[in-house]
Design a binder for this molecule. Structure first.
Ligand code: FAD
Length: 492
């Protein structure tokens, strides 16, 4: 294909479709003709409301004003996720967004903390992480120099609406209609046009598949194949319901492990998002619905909705003149709120490798290599929560404890258990998070770096106290989350 890429057609207008339209129209709108087609009668998946701090990067890139976004999407601040009953029933921890303690040139803070803990000089690992302490205290304030790492909880349908306005104001066009047929160029199998139920044809040079789990272009038409990861992540369904808020919003997501499922609670300004992710092999849809409805606070705003999914990834996320973004590219359960992050990564990677003049296979392969690596590392991190647990109270948890895990994850677990080290591979997303979750799930290293033993006990005591005092000092500068948010919203 040698013609310049000018006409882009985005199929689907969920979070993925509108994030793609927003980025392309803002950053490349002058060069491109961008059309998004979506179907109101099909609708969107309607969940996906918890994010991670990388979203701030995406918003900065697009010049999105935070206050305007918060107001438009009824968003709240998020400092991490509270994992309840994951290590064992009654044992909780918070995986917070920030860094814990201070590393030195030779090793991470956890090595100092391990020895200090053995000597009775240190508290919980999380005591040395500002975001974890702030989450627990339900506090939030912007600190200078990105002193507090944060993300958002937002209303997914309001976010799509907000990004639609943003995209249209930057020149993207929206078409309402149902795609009936995907038409191909006979000579090379590239996509030529989308035929709508009205008979209208939307032709383009490049197509972005944001049709969600239907994957109409990348799979149903181009048959790129799907690699299932369900043997490592046995949950394959979710039931979701929105409820009225009964208390002010807290600045973290709750993830509460159940007998063969886990439940989320996502606090927004105007309501709460709730859901239960479960495994159909261990729990029926009806029982999952009952379990969720028995464990919500506040009046439901609609009937609970079942969403079935398969965990895994598309074998090629970019194939010919089609790129899959969002649920069409694969799915990882929302345990660490990573799907929206993967959407923005796909968009930014595509912009970096944008095929201005022609589609070059070397760029397509590079894109797919990076996307595969990124998703595999996140997959490993999610599996970690199921694998490293002390729970053996149900068949589901016994399966998770005993299951084989990918070699890449097994190596990370062994490394941490035997040495206390965590090594970052390439530019993988999670770094400090590994220590937080492994320790939170009950995995304690058998030893720490020998350098720590060269430190006199008093020096170690002073160092730990100094780190704690720094966190205490920053914490005292934060306000109550709800008060802070309310004052921002009222423009004070
Ligand atoms: P969808 O929202 O399904 O949108 C698909 C679009 O394609 C719609 O506009 C639809 O109308 C259109 N479409 C489909 N077929 C046609 C057709 N024939 N013609 C025209 N239009 C068509 N992610 C997070 O980051 N954080 C979370 O907390 C989180 N929680 C989740 C919880 C659950 C239970 C699930 C299943 C996912 C969760 N996700 C989460 C993932 C997140 O919801 C998605 O990544 C995100 O919503 C993007 O979805 P999408 O736009 O790819 O698909």
């Amino acid at each position: 294909m040698t013609q310049p890429i000018k006409k882009i057609v985005i199929a689907g207008g969920g979070t993925a479709g509108w994030m793609t339209a927003a980025a392309l129209s803002k950053l490349m709108g002058k060069d491109l003709d961008i059309t998004l087609v979506e179907s109101e009668s099909i609708g969107t998946v309607g969940v996906g409301e918890a994010t991670i701090p990388t979203l701030l990067f995406f918003h900065r890139l697009l010049g999105i004003d935070e206050k305007e976004f918060l107001a438009a999407t009824q968003a709240t601040y998020k400092l991490g996720i509270s994992f309840e009953n994951w290590r064992d029933v009654g044992k909780d921890y918070i995986h917070a967004f920030g860094v814990t303690g201070k590393d030195c040139w030779a090793c991470g803070f956890q090595h100092f903390w391990l020895r200090a803990k053995q000597l009775g000089l240190a508290g919980d690992f999380g005591d040395y992480c500002l975001e974890r302490r702030a989450a627990e205290a339900e506090k939030f304030t912007h600190l200078p120099n990105n002193g507090l790492n944060y993300a958002f909880h937002f209303d997914a349908s309001l976010y799509a609406k907000y990004l639609r306005q943003f995209s249209e104001s930057n020149g993207a066009k929206r078409v309402e209609g149902k795609i009936d047929q995907v038409m191909l160029h006979p000579e090379n199998g590239h996509i030529r046009a989308l035929k709508l139920d009205s008979g209208r044809e939307l032709d383009g040079d490049f197509f972005i598949d944001c049709t969600g789990m239907r994957a109409l272009l990348i799979e149903k038409t181009l048959h790129t194949g799907f690699e299932s990861w369900s043997h490592w992540l046995p949950c394959d369904g979710a039931v979701a319901v929105q409820t009225e808020a009964v208390a002010p919003p807290i600045p973290y997501t709750r993830s509460i492990a159940r007998e063969s499922a886990w439940q989320w609670r996502i606090p927004l300004q105007h309501r709460v998002g709730n859901g239960l992710v479960y495994s159909g092999a261990y729990q029926s849809d009806e029982s999952a619905k009952r379990q969720l409805m028995d464990n919500i606070e506040g009046k439901p705003l609609a009937d609970p909705r079942i969403i079935k999914f398969q965990t895994g990834r598309r074998r090629k996320q970019w194939h010919k003149n089609c790129l899959a973004v969002g649920l069409s590219s694969g799915f990882l359960e929302p345990l660490e709120s990573t799907s929206i992050h993967l959407i923005q990564q796909n968009i930014v990677r595509f912009l970096r490798l944008f095929p201005h003049r022609e589609i070059r296979q070397i760029e397509v392969d590079e894109y797919n290599r990076q996307a595969d690596f990124e998703m595999e590392r996140i997959r490993d991190f999610i599996i970690l929560h199921y694998k490293v647990t002390e729970r053996d109270d149900t068949e589901f948890w016994r399966y998770c404890r005993q299951m084989d895990v990918p070699d890449s994850l097994a190596a990370k677990i062994d490394m941490f258990r035997e040495t206390g080290h965590v090594y970052r591979e390439g530019n993988e997303l999670f770094v400090d998070s590994w220590q937080q979750v492994m320790i939170g799930q009950g995995l304690m290293p058998e030893r720490y770096h020998p350098l720590v033993d060269t430190m006199p006990e008093q020096e170690l005591r002073d160092f730990i106290a100094h780190v704690k005092a720094g966190v205490d000092g920053d914490l005292s500068r934060l306000q109550d989350h709800n008060t802070y948010l309310a004052s921002l919203m009222s423009g004070q």
